[in-house]
Design a protein around this ligand. Structure first.
Ligand code: HEC
Length: 161
């Protein structure tokens, strides 16, 4: 484990304990991501910009893959499959409604990532707001939402009565 890794792990641990929320500096914006003026406002300002996908994928690997699955490619991880967040919006035919729907999911994504997930007092996901700048979060969102989905799962092998 290098120094950066251990600092980050320590920060995440501290944040999880809610002990020192201001003690940790944000990680640098990864190279290749255009700086954002209104950094944290949904909708995803990088949507449709293929140039951010590489940096988004690398950040996903680094921060999210251990729980949400390697390369966001298979639903084997403990955390939910982030490729499926847009499933409902994608079915909408009206363009304006679809854009509104995606912006709502962006809001949920940003909030979830920044605040983490606490359920019944148990930390399911750490809060990233003092670790990741908005650029990194939006690039990860772009990466996960542009990954291909596997075909729908079927249950051909279940015994039938
Ligand atoms: C320590 C494991 C862990 C890590 C690391 C982690 N997550 Fe999570 N995440 C979870 C779990 C578990 C949930 C489900 C929590 C729940 O529903 O209460 C979750 C939920 C989410 C949700 C809500 C998804 C939904 O379907 O409702 C989003 C969005 C999310 N994570 C994004 C991220 C991103 C982006 C990263 C990397 C920056 C990340 N997570 C890193 C464990 C993790």
């Amino acid at each position: 484990m290098d120094a950066t890794m251990s600092t980050r792990s320590a920060c995440i641990l501290l944040l999880a304990l809610a002990a020192a929320s201001n003690a940790c500096a944000l990680e640098a914006v990864p190279e290749g991501l255009p700086p954002l003026a209104a950094a944290s406002a949904p909708p995803n300002p990088y949507r449709g910009n293929a140039a951010v996908l590489e940096a988004g994928g690398a950040a996903y690997e680094r921060y999210c893959a251990e729980c949400h699955g390697e390369r966001a490619s298979r639903p084997v991880a403990e955390g939910p499959d982030l490729r499926r967040l847009n499933t409902f919006c994608k079915q909408l035919e009206d363009g304006a409604l679809k854009a509104h729907c995606l912006a709502d999911v962006d809001t949920y994504f940003l909030y979830s990532v920044r605040e983490g997930k606490l359920r019944a007092g148990q930390m399911h996901m750490p809060a990233w707001k003092n670790v990741l700048p908005a650029e990194t979060i939006w690039a990860i969102r772009s990466f996960t939402e542009t990954r291909a989905l596997p075909p729908p799962r079927t249950l051909p092998d279940l015994p039938r009565r």
